[in-house]
Design a protein around this ligand. Sequence first.
Ligand SMILES: NC(=O)c1ccc[n+]([C@@H]2O[C@H](COP(=O)([O-])OP(=O)(O)OC[C@H]3O[C@@H](n4cnc5c(N)ncnc54)[C@H](OP(=O)(O)O)[C@@H]3O)[C@@H](O)[C@H]2O)c1
Length: 283
Amino acid sequence: MGPEESRAQHDAGESQDALKRLLALSAAEADRCALAELYQPVLASVPGAATIFAHLGQSLDGFIATESGDSFYVTGRENILHLHRMRALCDAVIVGAATVAADDPRLTTREVPGRSPLRVVLDPRRRLRAEHQVFVDGAAPTLLVCLEGAVGSPQSVLASGGVEVLELPGSSAVSGGISLPALVTALQRRGCSRLFVEGGGRTVSSFLQAGLLSRLHVAVAPLLIGTGRPGIRLPGSLTLADCLRAPHRIYRMGSDLLFDLELGAATEVGTAPVPGPAVQRIL
Ligand SMILES: NC(=O)c1ccc[n+]([C@@H]2O[C@H](COP(=O)([O-])OP(=O)(O)OC[C@H]3O[C@@H](n4cnc5c(N)ncnc54)[C@H](OP(=O)(O)O)[C@@H]3O)[C@@H](O)[C@H]2O)c1
């Protein structure tokens, strides 16, 4: 067995142990089975390749926060636990600058057993203040990713909180954007192959548009925001036939529904398999 295969086998063993620890907290056997199925694609990542997952929690009318940026909380406790489990199973969690500015998140696994991932903040123009929790709490390493030449808080200030600054080239596809393939390569070089994009809408949309997502989790809460910060935004299509309709599984999480979309194999309208009965009362 070569070193890569042996490392992959070791990683797979560690991942299965991590999943067992996470599932041990669920009381009901049915819950454990559903969660094991939901997290299997995270553990089944191919050695050497990056596998990228994303999540958004949105209202029925498609918003992830109010206009003022309030998003505490769109979805319920079960979905929040799901986010912490995803962090525990992935090597890095990625968020956009607006999420750090609005929520000041910690991005740790404090609600579940498991190691907190590398926290990656996309702040191309270095507009965030150095006082945010991810930059000062030292709870996990943080990588601040910006465009080449961007000027911000001195590295010496950030280094005291264990923060590393990574400058990357701009994207040729998105003006003002960071090259996401360059980001993924840089994270792989740091040993991060399971990546979790946790928001907000613009960041998840940029990964989706770049065709980099393996799976997209959209948790829909029985909530109407009316107007606010949108979830996924992509260049539109004139016909539904040109829109993305992916094979999916649906999980109930408390009063929310989680759509687990498989993007590696998106199909055209009308050809996606419909699991189980066409119409089913689940509550
Ligand atoms: N419900 C949920 O699931 C959820 C999750 C997370 C956040 N939120 C909420 O969502 C709101 C923030 O979401 P948002 O869509 O407005 O913003 P966001 O995605 O958090 O951040 C967008 C910003 O991040 C940077 N960025 C993202 N992708 C980039 C890329 N590929 N290249 C370069 N820079 C990139 C850019 O910074 P610059 O603007 O500096 O260029 C961009 O404007 C907040 O109100 C937060 O509370 C909700």
